[in-house]
Design a protein around this ligand. Structure first.
Ligand SMILES: Nc1ncnc2c1ncn2[C@@H]1O[C@H](COP(=O)(O)OP(=O)(O)OP(=O)(O)O)[C@@H](O)[C@H]1O
Length: 313
């Protein structure tokens, strides 16, 4: 079974490929195409025949319960693991990576949790660590590194000073610097492992903002995310993994919080089990948070509409 996502302009449609009775509408070449991918660790099927494709300029969330296979998928795409079987096509070409560097050279950059930095060096020096730029005399070209570091951070709408030491930056700011570091190689696809994990509300807001700015810069981001309110706040597409298989792929505006929770848990949204999950105070709190975000988005949109009406009149 092969999932395919096609995005005619602003509308993304999900359709099954491989059935003779299906018609294909508006096929846009995928940036990434994962086909029949499996990963076996000893007797454990971490991923089992998963297929999906991702079109460019999207923020795509991979969600799923513990052990669903999210990290394994990310590690394979980033070059850290070789799959047991299946193929990956990137920008129309079949690829097979033996290292993160190989994936990087092909245009796929990854940021895993708790990125490593030298805290006693400047933000700029950390961005170029191991890849320092040299001037025509072979000397370290600090001024070019500073200005390129500034551009990378500005792309993420970050106010972090490139000349300051890494020491003392918040977790959210460190995440931003880690992303800025990947931007220096101008990747087409960025892989992130739980970019909002363990961040405060303010820091999460900062990270969600840079994710949006990445999309505006034409980047595609595929990321493992746990917090559904964050997913619904910023992502275009949700891939739900369950027990190593693709359970569903949704355009965010075409699904609901409840539907995704039911799919993650592998239960029907009508079942008693689902209601006992939803009644859990933690889940209930998350849904409440999601409703607030929805309401505030709707409010902002209505503000925008008002402004448009004002301008027109
Ligand atoms: N190196 C490994 N050796 C053996 N089993 C592994 C290995 N890595 C992952 N697994 C197993 O593969 C399955 C999927 O693991 P994975 O870490 O990809 O899930 P996940 O969805 O990222 O989970 P979590 O949200 O808990 O991080 C699990 O059953 C896990 O125990």
């Amino acid at each position: 079974m092969h999932w395919s996502i096609s995005i005619p302009q602003s509308t993304l449609r999900v359709s099954f490929k491989g059935r003779s009775d299906m018609t294909y509408s508006h096929y846009i070449p995928a940036l990434l195409e994962v086909n029949d991918l499996s990963m076996r660790f000893g007797g454990i099927d971490a991923l089992s025949h998963i297929s999906f494709s991702v079109e460019p300029h999207q923020l795509v969330a991979i969600v799923g319960d513990n052990g669903a296979g999210k990290s394994t998928l990310l590690k394979i795409l980033s070059g850290l693991l070789k799959p047991s079987s299946g193929t990956i096509a990137f920008q129309g070409k079949e690829v097979s990576f033996s290292s993160i560097r190989e994936a990087n050279n092909a245009g796929i950059a990854s940021v895993f949790q708790e990125p490593q930095f030298c805290d006693n060096l400047s933000v700029s020096a950390n961005l170029f660590l191991g890849n320092e730029l040299k001037d025509k005399y072979g000397l370290r070209d600090d001024s070019t590194m500073f200005s390129r570091a500034r551009v990378a951070l500005k792309t993420l709408t970050s106010a972090v000073q490139v000349s300051r030491d890494m020491e003392g930056l918040s977790s959210g700011q460190r995440q931003t610097v880690a992303i800025a570091r990947t931007l220096l190689s101008d990747p087409s696809l960025i892989l992130l492992d739980e970019p909002t994990n363990s961040l405060s509300v303010m820091q999460t807001g900062e990270v969600l903002q840079y994710l949006s700015s990445l999309r505006s810069q034409g980047k595609t981001v595929l990321m493992v995310m746990h917090d559904l309110p964050d997913v619904f706040a910023v992502c275009d597409t949700i891939i739900v993994l369950r027990q190593g298989t693709v359970r569903a792929i949704h355009r965010v505006e075409e699904t609901s919080y409840e539907e995704v929770i039911a799919e993650i848990a592998g239960v029907s949204a009508q079942s008693d089990t689902f209601h006992s999950i939803i009644d859990n105070p933690k889940v209930d709190g998350l849904i409440h948070q999601h409703r607030l975000i929805e309401r505030s988005n709707a409010y902002e949109e209505s503000d925008d509409n008002d402004e448009m009406i004002d301008e027109d009149s």
